[in-house]
Design a protein around this ligand. Structure first.
Ligand code: NI
Length: 182
């Protein structure tokens, strides 16, 4: 395993539609997933998609995490998964607003509407099928990462750029009790 370089907005690979993984048990895919998990943890981040490491493949890694507040804690090894050829299904038309950032768009944060509840399915690198239902923050991570496979960044999903700002300033404003949203 090794740390991978994360590409940033402006690199065309982030705007391509990634191709499906043909052999989900290919050990090179498993090795790539392991390196992506290591890179995500080091960043630190809660999810990473293969195009973000310059590979236009339908592969994501993410933390299994109850809510945003747990993101500051170090992840247990069994609470991180790779999902190959993931597919999502919106189960609830209700949209929730929440803050997002992206390792390919460093330092910035913005409020993004996302489906509150989704079904997901895909393959694990061991060849097993995985499917489930995700809500809230986990559903948000999945939508953000699968968007990367279709060439979208979270900025494309914002209703407007009124909330867009640098994470440090947004955090400082929150601690002061003020809110830049309008
Ligand atoms: Ni991202």
């Amino acid at each position: 395993m090794s740390l991978l370089q994360v590409v940033r907005m402006g690199d065309p690979v982030l705007r391509q539609i990634a191709v499906p993984v043909e052999d989900t048990t290919d050990p090179t895919i498993g090795a790539l997933a392991d390196s992506m998990i290591e890179t995500m943890v080091a960043a630190p981040g809660v999810g990473l998609a293969a195009p973000q490491v310059g590979r236009s493949l339908r592969l994501i890694v993410m933390r299994l995490i109850a809510d945003r507040s747990a993101a500051a804690e170090a992840p247990a090894p069994d609470r991180m998964i790779a999902l190959i050829n993931p597919e999502l299904e919106v189960l609830d038309v209700e949209r929730e607003l929440g803050w997002e950032g992206c390792l390919s768009v460093p330092e910035l944060r913005g409020v993004v509407p996302r489906a509150a509840r989704i079904g997901y399915r895909g393959w694990l690198p061991n060849g097993k099928r995985m499917e489930g239902v995700a809500e809230g923050f986990q559903a948000r991570i999945l939508q953000h990462e699968v968007d990367h496979l279709d060439g979208y960044l979270y900025l494309d999903r914002m209703d407007g750029f009124g909330t867009l700002g640098y994470g440090r300033e947004i955090q400082a404003a929150a601690e002061r009790g003020s809110d830049a949203r309008r």
